[in-house]
Design a protein around this ligand. Structure first.
Ligand code: PLP
Length: 357
């Protein structure tokens, strides 16, 4: 599908960052952004690529008062032969439509969404960085725009895609992280919005994240909000454990975000002959495994880091070291296999790669 859009030239393009080792995450943005508007009478309309800039928003807009906002995150990778490709973008498109359904925001036709991604990444292809491990992070988001304060499903919305060249996540090598299991705050509840990628979930998670950081931890591991017993996920990553040879990850029961990296890891692990169980896992079971030496590896999964080994788990007054505080072989295998596919170093036998330019 060819996207029908208008183009407003950016008369003041920015210089591209010279030192790609200093890109960091989400601090630098490209010259253009994609936008389109929705209202119930006209559907999605006015598709446009415009200079990256501030967006005027009505002060009464639903997004400011009632948190009507959803987003996605995926990356475009530059291969050794200079091609640009995305990883499983159709999964992000479907997940964003699921998030939209949950928050009563309008859906975006899958084909239209894909051609938007192809068009904005194609426009900004020179912004996809070249150095090892770098990529162009793509952030589609949507917000409710109704200009009045009544509480109701939105009738007006805006969809935007911005792009940011991002640095190698592990510039200094993969270092296992320290994780604090949160016993007071909860992130999401079944029936709520946990499975949707919405800003509100993050707003609710910030306090525990700040506390953990102040105490020297990288991220929070969330427990279920009813019994405060079952493991859910880590910060902005899903979580997996290797216990006595078996891979265990919390089942998707509504409060956990269905990660695309999670799904990809499960598929790869099953292909390689591992037993993978998506089920409930309690913090007691985890610590019993840690105490008896059968907790062999633990890692988080997400688009930003791909996999992030967990070296230390802290809960109430106990701390457990996992895998001797080092990255384990399964974690390393997943990282290598996925990044080889993403950067085109290995053949894409799964149909996960979507070429752009
Ligand atoms: C985005 C996200 C993830 C990871 O999803 P990926 O598709 O693998 O990037 C996990 N948990 C939360 C809360 C998220 O927002």
């Amino acid at each position: 599908m060819k996207l029908d859009y208008r183009f407003v030239r950016n008369e003041n393009p920015k210089p591209h960052p010279e030192d790609e080792s200093k890109l960091g995450f989400g601090r630098i943005f490209t010259d253009y952004m994609f936008m389109m508007d929705y209202d119930s009478a006209n559907g999605w309309h006015d598709m446009r690529i415009v200079p990256f800039d501030y967006i005027p928003v009505h002060p009464a807009s639903t997004v400011f008062h009632y948190g009507a906002e959803i987003f996605e995150g995926l990356k475009a990778y530059r291969t050794a032969d200079g091609k640009i490709q995305m990883f499983r973008p159709v999964e992000n498109i479907r997940r964003m439509n699921n998030s939209a359904e949950r928050l009563c925001l309008p859906q975006v036709d899958e084909e239209l969404f894909m051609s938007i991604l192809e068009t904005i990444v194609g426009t900004e292809k020179d912004w996809v960085p070249h150095s090892d491990g770098t990529s162009l992070y793509i952030r589609p988001f949507m917000y409710g725009n109704d200009p009045h304060l009544g509480v109701h499903a939105v009738h007006n919305a805006t969809f935007v895609v911005i792009c940011s060249p991002v640095g190698a996540y592990y510039a200094e090598g993969i270092n296992p992280v320290r994780i604090a299991i949160e016993s007071t705050d909860v992130r999401a509840v079944r029936g709520g919005t946990g499975y949707a990628k919405c800003g509100g979930n993050y707003a609710a998670s910030l306090r525990a994240g700040e506390k953990a950081e102040k105490n020297g931890f990288t991220q929070v591991l969330w427990l279920d909000s009813v019994e405060r017993r079952y493991i859910e996920e880590v910060g902005s990553m899903n979580v997996m454990f290797k216990i006595n040879g078996e891979i265990v990850t919390p089942a998707l029961l509504g409060s956990v975000l269905p990660g695309i990296t999670r799904k990809s890891c499960i598929e790869l692990l099953k292909e390689k002959g591992y037993k993978v169980s998506e089920r409930k896992i309690s913090v007691d079971e985890l610590f019993e495994a840690a105490a008896s030496g059968t907790l062999e590896e633990a890692w988080g999964t997400g688009t930003a880091a791909v996999v992030s080994p967990i070296g230390w788990l802290h809960y109430l007054d106990s701390e457990y070291t996992v895998s001797g505080g080092k990255i384990g072989p399964v974690t390393q295998m997943l990282y290598d296999t996925l990044t080889d596919i993403q950067w085109g170093r290995a053949a894409d036998t799964h149909g996960w790669i979507h070429p752009v330019a």
